[in-house]
Design a protein around this ligand. Sequence first.
Ligand code: SAH
Ligand code: SF4
Ligand code: F3S
Length: 478
Amino acid sequence: MNEHVSFSVAAASGAEEPVWGLNSRPNTRKVFIKTYGCQMNVYDSTRMSDALAGDGYVTTEDMGEADLILLNTCHIREKAADKVYSALGRLREMKKDRAAEGKELMIGVTGCVAQAEGEEILRRSPAVDVVIGPQTYHRLPEALKRARAGTRVVDTEYAVEDKFEHLPATEKAKIRSRGVTSFLTVQEGCDKFCTFCVVPYTRGSEVSRPVRQIIDEAERLVEGGVREITLLGQNVNAWRSAGPDGGAWGLGDLLYRLAEIPGLARLRYTTSHPRDMDERLIAAHRDLRALMPYLHLPVQAGSDRILKAMNRRHTTAEYLRLVERIRAARPDIAMSGDFIVGFPGETDRDFEDTLRIVEEVNYAQAFSFKYSTRPGTPGAELSDQVPEEVKAERLERLQALLLKQQAEFSKSCIGKVIELLLEKPGRMPGQVIGRSPWLQSVNVDAKASQIGDIIQVRIIGTGPNSLFAEPAGSLIGA
Ligand code: SAH
Ligand code: SF4
Ligand code: F3S
């Protein structure tokens, strides 16, 4: 779950037909959604676009032609939150220019900054019409109506009703236009309260979606052409619900059930907390061919003292033992993680422990960040903050090690014949980009009509962020 992804959902949704309003005039209202933050925000942006479609909005990739601009925001680090206010400054100018032409431009802030700052956004940014939290975006059409009638709206209450019950199902054509892989949020919120983290405050406490809702959505996605689903949650492996048999189900049980859906070739899930990796989930990695051998399991730091101060509630030894058990169940699993350097009180020796755990685990991929003080979290109260230049130096050393491991992992793939899910046209004509089981981007010569197929390829080379392959043998599953 990482803030570095920042892209517009509209960019992924392709061309869309205009929608005709009730009075049979073309409804030309267009929405542009800018998505910051983690995959959960990416999923929410698609669902907001579904909610607005019911109100006659079509999504656009061109901000300049939008009548409504939504910033779906992230609060995880200071930089992420700052981006929102600088974007709002630019939008204010755009709104003024539009008004001078007598045209409407509405601006909405959604996501985690909306939840954390609420009214403050209206005070700081006069151009904003609506502020909607992650639990209330099913009420977006209603909020826009009120704003259009002259009242700026802040709706960040944790809604009593389940937003998923109130969102329209995604139209089949839309699913198709969004591609052959899809996110599906199954769990939201966090009860862990790591002392550095805003998520428990912006997303609320842990809530799991019911099994039936998830299966229905997954089946609909597959009918719409999706081959790979990534289950999402701030703590996805804390997902718990009553199974159809009335028994208590965990994420492992859910994966076994979803793997039975005909046509669903691949399953993934993210982000997991080490404390919630239970036996059944580990067994799913052993048993399910559809469950991809890749696991994002953040440890954050390698010093027990710092883990304790972070309130991670496990030790390095427990984490390493867990990784061992997972690897015993699925030997080819690629491990991924998140790291924070410069948590208050982190000494050189603590940092060396982080380098050591990275050496021991050997990550295929990882994300690392300088600790960012977040208002309202217990970490912000700690006195022994680490100087910026020390954080920068540690981050550089850690990233060099992680990059080396990632490059070594890529190189170890050369010569292997793997299954590749073809996802989208490549940069060169005649090329298609697919994903390896280990989540690497792979370029291969293939026809655009093969997108959605899983083919066998041989890895023949590596680039900075992707691999190169040649077709090898037969089609595995269309
Ligand atoms: N629920 C997930 C992580 C969600 S946040 C988990 O428990 O692992 C994604 C990542 O952002 C975290 O894993 C952490 O590495 C990073 N992060 C969170 N708060 C941060 C902060 N205040 N400063 C720097 N990085 C932070
Ligand atoms: Fe944040 Fe910790 Fe919850 Fe992850 S488990 S979302 S890092 S508080
Ligand atoms: Fe950011 Fe909220 Fe995700 S703070 S990382 S968008 S849960």
